[in-house]
Design a protein around this ligand. Structure first.
Ligand SMILES: [Zn+2]
Length: 227
């Protein structure tokens, strides 16, 4: 009945197809920190991270706190001929919109504010969900969409742009770096650390199956038939 809707899983959970060259192979049980490579194309198939879930949770919570700070305090202050002004990241995007740079303003808002919020929020939900004894299926859905938020999250690109602009206007105005500027730099490294500590394979192994785990794998059924 289910075969009309789903493919047939194999019973051996250590079997894996290389994402690069499709070679089917068996993964060894790895010690923390060790990695397995495809014997044909040498692509890294899996690296077992040490205490992945807890470390990722700690880093993501720290990133969430920094994100809130980075968006609520000024990023830059400018003093030019006695007049001063300060702006936050969101304020900067609004200024761009008001100056007729609507597309740039929306891009800044999306890549530096919305996408990072989704990236941190989804990761927090995934790790908290995976901490449950039987992680629910929505954890899998979030896990599938998380890479998209990561691609669009471009705080580091904005930071490079801000640095270039700072150097250019330094001759005409006094620039006062705001707290958010430093917080955002730390956030860039934290987001990279989250990516380095997170092990999606560990989460996938724990997630409930699409039909509630009721389905027996092909290999299991074959084994039952012969016994
Ligand atoms: Zn390969």
């Amino acid at each position: 009945m289910y075969s009309e809707l789903y493919n047939q899983p194999v019973s051996d959970r250590t079997l894996i197809a290389c994402l690069h060259c499709d070679l089917l192979q068996r993964l060894p049980d790895l010690a923390p920190g060790a990695s397995a490579r495809c014997p044909r194309c040498n692509k890294e198939l899996w690296r077992r991270r040490e205490d992945s879930l807890n470390r990722t949770l700690a880093l993501t919570l720290a990133a969430a706190v920094l994100y809130v700070i980075a968006n609520s305090v000024p990023m830059l202050g400018l003093t030019i001929v006695g007049r001063g002004a300060a702006t936050t990241v969101i304020g900067g995007a609004r200024h761009l919109w008001e100056d007729g740079q609507e597309i740039v303003g929306v891009l800044v808002l999306f890549t530096a504010v919305i996408a990072p919020a989704l990236q941190i929020g989804l990761m927090l939900a995934i790790v908290l969900g995976a901490h449950r004894e039987r992680p629910p299926r929505w954890v899998g859905a979030l896990l599938r969409h998380h890479p998209t938020t990561r691609i669009w999250s471009m705080i580091e690109v904005m930071m490079v742009g801000v640095l270039v602009a700072l150097v250019k206007i330094a001759d005409y105005a006094t620039v006062i770096p705001g707290v958010a500027l430093f917080v955002l730099w730390v956030l860039v490294f934290l987001l990279a650390a989250i990516q380095a500590s997170f092990d999606p394979r560990e989460v996938w192994e724990r997630i409930e199956w699409a039909e509630g785990g009721a389905r027996t794998a092909v290999g299991d059924r074959a084994a039952e038939g012969t016994s």
